[in-house]
Design a protein around this ligand. Structure first.
Ligand SMILES: Cc1cc2nc3c(=O)[nH]c(=O)nc-3n(C[C@H](O)[C@H](O)[C@H](O)COP(=O)(O)OP(=O)(O)OC[C@H]3O[C@@H](n4cnc5c(N)ncnc54)[C@H](O)[C@@H]3O)c2cc1C
Length: 234
């Protein structure tokens, strides 16, 4: 396993609680849109076993073309040890990046794509939307539906309605509205439905999709196959 130690080069405040931590792209490091990494801090591999409190999965919210690795996350009032360390990182200090993998590449199957997310889950979709805006080949349209109770909606420069590009976006702060809209989207029986959020959010969305006749293979989750099966099992 190759571990890349990468320098923090910028911190972007996306909303009062959400920040993007921007890391330098190490020489030779590549990733696909929708990838996630293990992000870890010094000492994570010092002991016999990796120190889990210093490691988290994070999606890369940037595209390779941007030549930097963005990690977007919410820092709540009482953050975990991991988030405390992340939030106090100084520009120029380093974090470890490893085990890069994507479960949610932009599928160019000639279908409509619906991106369902909650809160900062939208960060996973940012590079997919950018990739699509750069080249829409074999993707007929993208629609994003995001729920965020804080109302500080993210990435509204990208997730907005751009009719000529067949990209549309809907933000809501209400669960009732979110699920009403999600149900409506299931009228499109041949589309792909990408879902990103907490496991509870995934389960509820899967229930809505399956109940409305969207087959399992048209539902795309940011999960490895074995974890995906567990989520589908409820
Ligand atoms: C493929 C993948 C991609 C991901 N991408 C991102 C991303 O781009 N951005 C992002 O922010 N996150 C992402 N995550 C989730 C991320 O790995 C973290 O789990 C998440 O950010 C929470 O981390 P944390 O350190 O704040 O909370 P953790 O310490 O990991 O706790 C997890 C949850 O449990 C709750 N919790 C913790 N301790 C307690 C307790 N004692 N009692 C009750 N509740 C508790 C916390 O509130 C939190 O919601 C991703 C996960 C996966 C699997």
């Amino acid at each position: 396993m190759q571990i890349y130690w990468s320098r923090l080069i910028d911190i972007v405040t996306e909303s009062p609680e959400v920040k993007t931590f921007v890391f330098e792209c190490p020489e030779g490091y590549t990733w696909e849109e929708g990838s996630h990494i293990h992000l870890a801090f010094e000492g994570f591999n010092a002991g016999e076993k990796p120190d889990r409190s210093l490691i988290r999965h994070m999606s890369i919210s940037t595209l390779m073309d941007e030549k930097k690795i963005g990690i977007t996350t919410r820092i709540r009032k009482e953050p975990s040890k991991f988030k405390q360390i992340l939030n106090s990182m100084e520009i120029g200090s380093e974090a470890a990046i490893f085990k890069t993998h994507t479960n949610v590449p932009l599928k160019r199957d000639g279908k409509n794509i619906y991106m369902l997310s909650s809160g900062v889950g939208l960060a996973t979709f940012r590079p997919l939307a950018l990739d699509y805006l750069n080249n829409s080949e074999n993707v007929t349209k993208i629609h994003s539906l995001n729920i965020d109770s804080t109302r500080d909606y993210l990435f509204t420069d990208i997730f907005q309605t751009i009719q000529e590009k067949n990209l549309t976006a809907h933000f809501t702060d209400s669960r009732a509205e979110y699920y009403r809209e999600a149900e409506k989207l299931t009228a499109d029986k041949d589309a792909l439905f990408y879902v990103v959020g907490s496991d509870e959010f995934l389960k509820q969305n899967i229930e809505v999709l399956l109940r409305n006749g969207i087959p399992n293979h048209q539902i795309v989750l940011d999960k490895h196959e074995s974890q995906r099966e567990k989520i589908f099992a409820g």
